[in-house]
Design a protein. Sequence first.
Length: 320
Amino acid sequence: MALTQTTSDGIDHGARADLKIERLNSASLKRVVEPDEDVPGQITLEQVLPDDLLSVVGLGLDLTPEQKQILAREELASVVRFGILFEAVLMAGFSYHLALSRDVTDPRFTYALHEIGEETRHSRLFVRLFSQLAPTAKNPFESRLSIAVRSRMLPFLLRRPATLDAFVLVGEEIPDLFQKLASEHPDTDPFVRDVSRYHRMEEARHLAFARTTVGENYRRATWSDRFAVRWIVPVGIVGMFDMMIQPLVYKTIGLPALATWRKVRRSPERIELRVQCARAVLKALLEAGALRPGRIPLPWRKVAQVDRRGVALVSHLIVP
């Protein structure tokens, strides 16, 4: 059930949120896109991403055309794989809370079903793109240790709806920025550009839903849920952004994996992108009332490069 909160001006925030989510339900119903039919195609360019969208831009590396082609495929494959796994987590979170729902007529219940359906379609498209990219880099997240860590972390996340919503914002804002850059660049592979545009169109509704519900969930959250939103999520932003492109991709073109990855995450270009993502999430949490201007926790200030009030700092970029 929605958390109803009425202010002195008579506005029922729960009812207003219901109306917004009902509109999202209607939009999802009218815009069902089957990617296997509506987003056909395959990669046609040898270099799927242009030079200035590669993570190593700004490092002054003298790469051959072949190295750039390989790196572009490996980097995009790493991002796509991250997206597939993240959407699996998101669907697990929605399913967990649907199973515990007290009111199956709540518009949030219906929208969660819409979003699960949309995410399954996204994932099928991403799997198709990933197969075409055919990456060769070994992925450290496929190790037994990584899987064991994720299996411990997932229950913590799924049981805390405000934290889950905050990470949904993180996990949508980061790929959205990457896909915006790719979809708007004329030298991006046409199929990659089409995939990016399609996914951004659908994820806009998912972001709107998370921005609506995160405030509701935070107001009725447990202390551990609030603690995670304030202190763990900003750390998660750094980790998720930096590991979207996992270190071993650099090894495929003869670069030292960890040393190159460290240089990439400290480059001004990457820091600026990470700050953009963090500020977008912080803005959503401030607008939802989960965080307050003047009392923004230190991890959020650091990752978004803002002061206590949420005002952007104009000093040099700082590596979180």
